[in-house]
Design a protein around this ligand. Structure first.
Ligand SMILES: [Zn+2]
Length: 511
């Protein structure tokens, strides 16, 4: 019989875009969205069951090992600007109190993102882990998992004993990463010490270049799983979350194992592979007009998918910029649908007016993102939704969406035929179910425009004749050389082969 260990488990996920306008208050973590609402106690186990969430993977694997689990809490919020001081203090307080109440413990596991910036801390996870360590002391292993978009910091490495990081973008391996974290914990529970190595990559990687379906990330990430051997427990690469104006923003390699030399060698090898690949990270980006014009040439019986990459709410975008929508209408697109434009006011108007009504209104551009105008026009309400559906794509599979009022509006215009799905929650369109919820069959459309950067690819690339990544206004900047960082450490190149950040840059002109 394996020895039963007692492990406290929980999670606190946020990806913070410091250039975006929306803050993340406590309520954003408390409510359900594309993922479950804040949960604690035994409800946590029910809420996590069967989902592609790191905590789910950890729980399942830990139970296979026969460990006893003590639930803390799990919560997440849609990516946005800073987590409020109130939200961080309340949630970090609940996690630390939960750990204190569960003592004595053999270990702690936390499912974290690794790019949380709060109103009062640049490194939310580093601060949380410092407090957790204070509670449990040096002898109790603290193991974490992180998102591929983590900006891994020295404090996160210092205050945890081991970490596992997603290896896919789109994130298909979230639960699998939790399971890997559990396997790393097995080394520690057996009383073995894990040496740590960390290397920061000297340039930022735009999200568009981080997709693991394409080179060079495809090969680099595949090689992580193939590395192993005597004394090496794991080596991982976080590609980083660039729209975070913090000193330690950017990609990093971490490695763990019982043999210091093997750990250092593995970290060094992956570091070299990423640095050697610097010229290969380029990714073709289209402006909106060019993308629409190209999509109109498509003769295949499949849609062209246009990714409104910079207004991706999953990277902190407001999800209400109108550049690509305008381009579709001006370009005379027919059989086009855009999903999902965030405008709770218009979603409520459509719900009140009912199917068949025509609204004369201004759509979008209400979040205060600079330089964006609303789309003015007439909109026929074609369908309504309550935002409750079950995800069918691999990434969010089985998760129950709670997105509130939604509406399918047809823009009344003789020269185009464009529909737009309006939502009352900012939520990344990464799953075909979000479109089908409003009665549209995406495979039968000519053009499908999604407010997403990369995650949509898992579900949408298989139905697409072609996928084009579009640069329209939005807070998730894909051309990092144009960004105005104030707090980034000097010397980091702002993009592959880009210029180095210096401290005498102008103050930010963004939000
Ligand atoms: Zn991510």
């Amino acid at each position: 019989m394996p020895e039963v260990k007692t492990i406290a488990v929980g999670g606190f996920q946020h990806e913070t875009n410091t250039f975006a306008p929306h803050l993340a208050p406590f309520e954003a973590f408390e409510r359900a969205d594309s993922w479950p609402a804040l949960c604690s106690g035994d409800v946590l186990f029910e809420a996590m069951a069967g989902l592609n969430i790191p905590l789910t993977g950890f729980i399942d694997r830990a139970r296979e090992h026969g460990h006893a689990l003590r639930p803390l809490l799990w919560c997440s919020a849609e990516p946005s600007s800073y987590v409020t001081r109130d939200a961080f203090e309340r949630i970090a307080g609940m996690i630390c109190d939960g750990i204190r109440d569960a003592l004595p413990l053999d270990a702690v596991y936390l499912d974290l993102h690794g790019a949380m910036v709060t109103e009062h801390f640049e490194d939310g996870e580093g601060e949380l882990l410092r407090r957790v360590r204070d509670v449990v002391g040096a002898a109790v292993p603290v193991v974490i998992s992180l998102d591929l978009h983590a900006n891994v910091t020295a404090a996160m490495v210092e205050h945890s004993d081991s970490m596992a990081i997603y290896r896919t973008y789109p994130h298909l391996d979230m639960a699998a990463t939790g399971a890997r974290a559990c396997e790393q914990l097995q080394y520690l529970l057996a009383g073995r010490k894990l040496h740590k190595a960390m290397r920061k990559i000297p340039f930022l990687l735009p999200l568009t270049s981080q997709c693991t379906d394409f080179e060079p990330c495809k090969s680099i990430y595949r090689s992580l799983a193939e590395m192993g051997g005597e004394g090496l427990a794991s080596v991982d690469l976080a590609a980083g979350f660039p729209p975070a104006d913090i000193a330690e923003c950017g990609a990093a390699v971490v490695a763990y194992g019982t043999d210091r030399d093997a750990v250092e060698a593995a970290a060094g090898e992956i570091f070299r592979r990423v640095v050697d690949a610097e010229p290969e990270f380029e990714f073709e980006l289209f402006d909106a007009e060019a993308a629409v014009a190209r999509a109109l040439q498509n003769t295949a019986a499949k849609p062209v998918v246009l990714a409104d990459a910079q207004d991706n709410p999953g990277a902190g975008g407001t999800s209400d910029t109108t550049g690509l929508l305008e381009a579709l209408v001006r370009g005379g697109a027919r059989g086009a649908v855009m999903a999902v434009l965030y405008d709770p006011e218009v979603a409520a108007m459509a719900q009140a007016a009912g199917v068949g009504a025509v609204l004369e209104t201004e759509l979008g551009a209400k979040s205060g993102f600079a330089g964006v105008d609303p789309f003015r026009g007439s909109f026929e309400v074609e369908a309504l939704g309550d935002g409750r559906f079950v995800f069918t794509g691999a990434m969010n599979l089985n998760s129950h969406a709670e997105l509130g009022d939604m509406a399918l509006l047809r823009i009344v215009d003789e020269d185009s035929e464009v529909r737009v799905i309006v939502g009352s929650a900012r939520s990344q369109c990464l799953d075909l179910a979000m479109i089908r919820h409003l009665g549209i069959e995406p495979t039968e459309e000519k053009i499908v425009a999604v407010k997403s950067t990369v995650h949509f690819r898992a579900d949408f690339d298989p139905i697409a004749a072609e996928t084009l990544v579009v640069i329209s206004p939005g807070a998730n900047y894909c051309r990092l050389g144009e960004m105005k960082y104030r707090n980034l450490r000097p010397g980091v190149r702002l993009e592959p082969l880009g210029s180095a950040h210096s401290t005498d840059t102008k103050p930010p002109v963004l939000q």
